[in-house]
Design a protein around this ligand. Structure first.
Ligand code: ATP
Ligand code: MG
Length: 429
């Protein structure tokens, strides 16, 4: 991609109303543009990152379910059936010119459950799982921290359908959890498995939390095995079993600290997390509301059990920036970087850079080519801000040596690589 022709402009001004690192760097780097609080344009550069994230998610979800695509506009009656038309505070409700009311989908149990009715009738049809990657709408009271909490955001949501509680349990533990683990690993994120409130229908749900200062959740991580608990589970239904911890002080037993459900230890460390995923055993909550039944082997009618599995793809993008940056800009992990190579043409290197650009394209290397007529200082600063993993500089000086200068974004050292070796060197990296 030629930068001179790309729908991209970096900026020096920082967002006035959002101090988070991801909002600052993503807006300055030309990845996103704020339209209104919690609503962003994804510019071409940002869309490339989001698509890479979503394709990593898709790759793992395809192993455990089938992709489908549900609407954003939902009939009111479906939401009334589950009681959530009035109980879900973040539900966006709209009225048409004909007086009909609709919800803008914040999640899709109300759509996927009736959809499954047409597919599932016998025990032979179970288990089954579908997912989508969709834009969600939530009337969040406070949209904040860039992509971390939006009013319009992207989510992968998967729903599974089962004949028995054991089958749901097995899918949840043996399929969903490993798939989630694989997604975060590919994204380069250390997502901490965290027990959280299961609502009224399960003892726990599980969240995946990434430790970061801008995270909204307080979690306690077991010092021994690494399993965490969300502070929210303990309140307001039950008082926090240990005294409020602050800073580096681990939660102390007011009386006694709770035992870790995994290893039994009682030593915890308090930290801040951003929830990048949340998986739930819904049991029969939604299947009951829509009377989603199947015929069991003995001919009797039974209610289908469900699980739901969410993963916020735009929030993940924000979290990656919170984790991977320095004072000059973003440092994208290669798996989600918008391009692999940022090719910079400096004075005297323009012609050769053009040739190298063509050669890299031909070799299938994703390259952003800074062919703009601007100063080296601007090009270097923009390159650091945008954070593409490899910077390749072609200047009069390097051309003299029949080579280019290659530097990893996070490194201080550049290496000279000869013209004829460049493609193979980059492909090996
Ligand atoms: P939170 O506790 O952060 O409000 P939630 O528990 O309501 O989120 P779910 O309904 O489980 O979230 O949604 C699944 C995933 O979608 C979350 O784990 C998160 O990654 C993402 N997500 C939820 N709300 C938002 C939002 N307002 N903006 C961006 N991502 C979100
Ligand atoms: Mg949550």
């Amino acid at each position: 991609m030629r930068q001179s022709k790309y729908f991209l402009k970096t900026s020096k001004t920082t967002p006035a109303d959002d101090l988070s690192v991801n909002a600052k760097l993503l807006e300055q780097g030309g990845f996103v543009q704020k339209v209104l609080a919690g609503v962003y344009d994804f510019l071409p550069l940002g869309l490339r990152v989001l698509q890479k994230i979503e394709n990593i998610v898709r790759g793992e979800m395809d192993k455990i379910g089938n992709e489908m695509f549900m609407p954003v506009l939902h009939p009111k009656e479906n939401w009334e059936k589950t009681g959530r038309w009035s109980s879900l505070d973040v539900l966006f409700k709209i009225k048409s010119q004909h007086g009909n009311e609709y919800a803008l989908g914040p999640t899709h149990e109300e759509i996927v459950t009736p959809a499954a009715q047409a597919i599932i009738s016998s025990y032979k049809d179970l288990p089954m799982a579908v997912y989508q990657i969709q834009t969600k709408f939530r009337d969040e009271p406070r949209a904040k921290s860039g992509l971390l909490r939006g009013r319009e955001f992207r989510m992968k949501d998967l729903y599974s359908f089962h004949a028995t509680a054991e089958d749901l349990e097995e899918y949840y533990n043996q399929k969903a959890m490993p798939a989630y683990g694989a997604v975060y690993k590919s994204l380069g994120l250390n997502a901490i498995l965290t027990e959280a409130s299961g609502g009224t229908f399960a003892k726990y749900s599980h969240e995946y939390q990434v430790e970061t200062e801008n995270g909204e959740d307080t979690i306690y991580v077991c010092e021994k095995c690494g399993l965490a608990k969300n502070k929210e589970i303990f309140s307001p239904t039950a008082p926090l079993p240990f005294a409020e911890a602050s800073g580096d002080t681990p939660p102390q037993a007011g009386g006694e600290a709770p035992q870790c459900t995994n290893c039994g230890k009682t030593t915890w460390r308090e930290t801040k997390g951003a929830e990048v995923g949340n998986i739930f055993k819904l049991q029969d909550k939604y299947s009951k509301a829509f009377n989603l039944q199947y015929t069991a082997q003995d001919g009797s009618k039974k209610i289908v059990l469900m699980g739901c599995y969410g993963l916020g793809t735009t929030r993940v993008m924000g979290v990656i920036v919170e984790k991977f940056h320095d004072d000059k800009g973003i440092i994208w992990p290669e798996a989600v970087a918008p391009f692999k190579v940022h090719l910079l043409a400096l004075k005297g290197g323009e012609e050769k850079a053009g040739e190298i650009y063509q050669a890299l394209l031909k070799a299938g290397v994703e390259v952003l080519y800074d062919d703009r007529d601007t100063s080296p200082g601007t090009k270097f600063a923009d390159s650091d801000l945008i954070g593409i993993p490899y910077r390749v500089v072609v200047s009069a000086k390097t051309v003299e040596k029949e080579s280019v200068e290659v530097k990893k974004r996070e490194s201080d050292k550049a290496e000279l690589v000869s013209f004829d070796k460049l493609t193979s060197v980059l492909n090996q990296k």
